[in-house]
Ligand binder design. Structure first.
Ligand code: SF4
Length: 379
């Protein structure tokens, strides 16, 4: 199957790295660390939000090791290394979020090492189902806007937030559509194509991203395809640090169709559009609560993550789950215990595969996945 031209375009933009992305628009770039970030607020303040999601294996860690313990995920080290190697010059600031201790510490390390940057630490609700949660999150979003106003000297009003919500709804809707097509006909869109199409949105303005996604959708729908003898799987656990493309190619080469995954989860956060209406900041907060993904960095007792995973398995017709956490990712590894228990209760086969963004040899993983696939195909 020939790679779609829109995918080639996305891959070329990603291969160029962060440097051109920082200068892509007249607006100053503003980094957002995973998982979810309210990008609409930064956009409304006149900034250009771009994902600070590690270096994707593109740089060597020379300085950052000295600032961290050895048992820390790669995304934290390589994100810091980008700054220490002066590759984030021109970035107005970075937002981190209350997802784990590593991200919390990284925010402090950034503050100390890059005093000229506007470092924001977003306190997302600990409990997404509490009675006061919506008001709390609205207040937190307004605090962020006030901080940006002090920094930039101008105010992001409600009209600007509403416009930014409309802008980001568009690529998110298209990504949902592509995911739905792949879930139904995984032979039509390979995941090695889907991944760059999604990831490129972290370094593009939303309108440019939407154009690439529109082209890709048209190319995929026009494509002739043939289903192969493969196992349909869901990949879970890669919501923060992103796997190398070679690993996704390896999963497919070993006989898997990925029918769902949580790659770049924060950039695809909402299950439907964020509604338009009065008080857009509240609309955004409410959408985070009601339409947000079930993921390991978000606690919602009303919608447990392990139940949501089983629901997605049933809905997509997946035959197995590949649990794929980044090495040393505590939120994902803690959840593995809960997910595993639930999957076993439901008789859903699963396999654990750890990765690092800089992983470059996949032979062992290929062997493990092939064996797993064969056990399912010939059971
Ligand atoms: S990969 Fe895991 S441990 Fe590392 S920053 Fe992300 S959520 Fe935290």
């Amino acid at each position: 199957m020939e790679t779609a031209p829109a995918v080639e375009q996305a891959r070329a933009i990603l291969a160029a790295g962060l440097a051109p992305a920082l200068k892509r628009t007249d607006a100053p770039a503003y980094g957002v660390f995973p998982v979810y970030s309210p990008v609409e607020l930064y956009r409304a303040a006149g900034l250009f939000p771009i994902g600070l999601m590690g270096a994707g294996g593109q740089i060597d860690i020379v300085h950052a090791d000295a600032r961290f313990q050895s048992f820390v995920c790669s995304i934290a080290k390589s994100s810091l290394e980008l700054g220490l190697q002066k590759r984030l010059v021109g970035m107005e600031g970075v937002a981190f979020h209350s997802i784990c201790d590593v991200a919390r510490n990284l925010a402090s390390v950034f503050k100390r090492n890059f005093p000229g940057m506007h470092i924001e630490y977003v306190h997302l609700p600990q409990n997404a189902a509490g009675p006061e949660t919506e008001d709390y999150l609205v207040a937190e979003f307004r605090r962020i806007l006030a901080g940006l106003e002090r920094r930039l000297g101008h105010r992001a009003d409600d009209a600007a937030v509403a416009a930014a919500i409309r802008e980001y709804n568009e690529p998110r809707r298209l990504m949902r559509e592509l995911y739905a097509i792949r879930a139904k006909e995984p032979e039509r869109i390979s995941s090695a194509e889907m991944f760059p199409l999604v990831r490129v949105g972290t370094i593009l303005p939303p309108d440019e991203h939407a154009r690439i996604l529109e082209s890709a959708k048209a190319e995929f729908l026009a494509r002739k395809h043939r289903r192969m003898d493969r196992v349909k799987v869901i990949v879970e656990g890669a919501f923060c640090e992103q796997p190398p493309l070679g690993l996704i190619e390896t999963l497919e080469g070993a006989g898997c169709y990925l029918v769902d995954d949580d790659f770049c989860a924060g950039w695809r956060w909402f299950s439907t559009d964020v509604p338009e209406g009065p008080d857009p900041v509240r609309q955004l907060a409410r959408a985070w609560l009601e339409r947000g993904r079930a993921t390991s960095t978000r606690y919602n007792p009303d919608k447990p993550r392990h139940k949501d995973l089983v629901r997605r398995v049933r809905e997509t017709g997946a035959q197995a789950v590949l649990f794929m956490p980044a090495k040393f990712c505590e939120p994902a590894l803690f959840d593995y215990v809960i997910f595993r228990r639930e999957l076993e209760k439901e008789n859903i086969p699963h396999l654990l595969i750890e990765f690092e963004e800089k992983m470059w040899t996949f032979e062992r993983t290929r062997g493990e996945v092939e064996t797993f696939v064969e056990s399912l195909l010939f059971d």
